[in-house]
Design a protein around this ligand. Structure first.
Ligand code: PMT
Length: 402
């Protein structure tokens, strides 16, 4: 499965270091090449010979003394890695990596690598939850470092809580995922719209809808994982944006309209999963509207521009435009009409009344409709839907390039 792939495994001085032996053993069974770098402290917990036997390779330690044949070892290992894993990753290692400190073989090699980095943190709960560690974690995540765990449970120090290193099989699963991820969108620019828009009634009230942003953010994450340069045009949501995406926040449909007219032409693929309000209040009040002494309050709503249609009107040759259709009846017929009216290449039809589909939930049930095909998909996670949409968008992109 991992033939030809090379893993560099850093082992730091946490009590979970012994579990790293099984990580090496599992990786070798998958035919990956493994080089192990240990910190001095790690060698006090597990003998380097154990890792040398399991990996069938010399182990690098901080003294530089064990291996004399390598020219500039930290650079050659940094370059050799297809993925660089640190298991266990102590609070100290995370702090060093976050701040660019390179004072031993492991931290030096880690700083020099261009390979994806995966950390399996392991430490006492107090250390894990310490603001300093959490700030370091945030910094590392924002730079695209991947993590697996930590799990919660009984720790070696007797505490019960978060900080236990993930099990070797989970760590290996995360490594396999990183090593086998498709990079078929590398070099492509993908813009995704997500979330609701809000239309002001007065300074404290607004009209909106139930969109959580989950669908759009899941597509954006899938595109990032496949190597795309991703922009999210996002209405107000309460979920974290995928690390690595450029986020352009919008409030109203008019904001979305202007942001999209400026940014959509720069993209290879535009996927519009947002739920923009079709109407806005004609005259939003400057001050909080007072009660009307029993009288009805009448709000006049005027139609917002159709953003997807406007983007469709300025479609560049070779560009792929994807829309969504949130329907409650005659799903396919209505979606097909939108496909044509908005000059889209594909529309993702979802019946938002179906159980496990549409607003707020983590799954969706959609039909991918292009001008020549109709593909109903079973219920799947929004992430899986995202990948299926991207598969199809890539096919259309390639078709246009022929
Ligand atoms: O965010 P979640 O909670 O995960 O929910 C996901 C979702 C249900 C919002 C998503 O799957 C979805 O269906 N999004 C489209 C919602 C919608 O506005 O559908 P529509 O059929 O009204 O619009 C059709 C298309 O035109 C959409 O691509 C929409 O973004 C776009 N549109 C709509 C109105 C408008 N004024 N301008 C637009 O560009």
């Amino acid at each position: 499965m991992l033939t030809g792939k090379h893993v560099v495994l850093g082992v730091t001085g946490g009590i979970a270091a012994y579990k790293a032996c099984e990580v090496v053993s599992r990786l070798r069974k998958l035919h990956a090449g493994v080089d192990v770098i240990m910190t001095e402290n790690a060698t006090k917990l597990v003998a380097p010979l154990t890792f040398e036997t399991l990996s069938n390779r010399p182990v690098a330690v901080d003294t530089f003394s064990r291996i004399e044949s390598w020219d500039v070892k930290h650079i050659s290992l940094a370059q050799k890695a297809d993925v660089f894993v640190v298991a266990p990753a102590t609070a100290n290692l995370m702090a060093k990596l976050a701040h660019g400190i390179a004072d031993d073989m492991l931290s030096t090699t880690l700083l020099a690598t261009k390979a994806p980095i995966l950390l399996a943190p392991a430490m006492n709960t107090g250390m894990w939850t310490a603001p300093a560690t959490q700030a370091n974690l945030e910094t590392l995540l924002s730079r695209g470092v991947h993590t697996v765990g930590p799990a919660s449970g009984m720790l070696a120090c007797g505490d019960n809580g978060a900080g236990r290193m993930s099990e070797p099989e989970e760590i290996v699963e995360a490594i396999v995922k990183l090593l086998t991820a498709k990079q078929d969108l590398a070099g492509k620019k993908v813009l995704v719209t997500a979330g609701p828009t809000v239309e002001r009634i007065d300074p404290v009230r607004y009209l909106t809808n139930d969109s959580s942003g989950k669908m759009g953010y899941a597509i954006a994450q899938a595109a990032l994982d496949r190597g795309a340069e991703v922009t999210i045009v996002s209405g107000p949501v309460h979920i974290a944006a995928p690390v690595g995406a450029k986020v352009l926040p919008v409030q109203s449909t008019m904001d979305l309209y202007h942001t999209m007219l400026e940014n959509a032409p720069l993209q290879d693929v535009v996927i519009q999963a947002a739920a923009p309000a079709d109407y806005r209040v004609e005259n939003p009040a400057d001050q909080k509207i007072k009660k009307q002494d029993g009288e009805s309050l009448v709000l006049t709503l005027v139609e917002n521009p159709d953003v997807a249609k406007a983007v469709g009107q300025q479609k560049r040759p070779g560009q792929v435009l994807v829309g969504f259709a949130a329907e409650t009846q005659q799903v396919t017929e209505n979606a097909k009409k939108k496909l044509a009216k908005k000059n889209l290449d594909m529309i993702v039809a979802n019946d938002v009344t179906a159980e496990g589909a549409g607003f707020g939930v983590d799954t969706n049930i959609v039909t991918l409709i292009t001008h020549d095909e109709l593909k109903p998909l079973p219920k799947m996670t929004k992430r899986q839907v995202g990948d299926r949409i991207l598969d199809e968008a890539l096919r259309l992109l390639q078709q246009k390039a022929e």
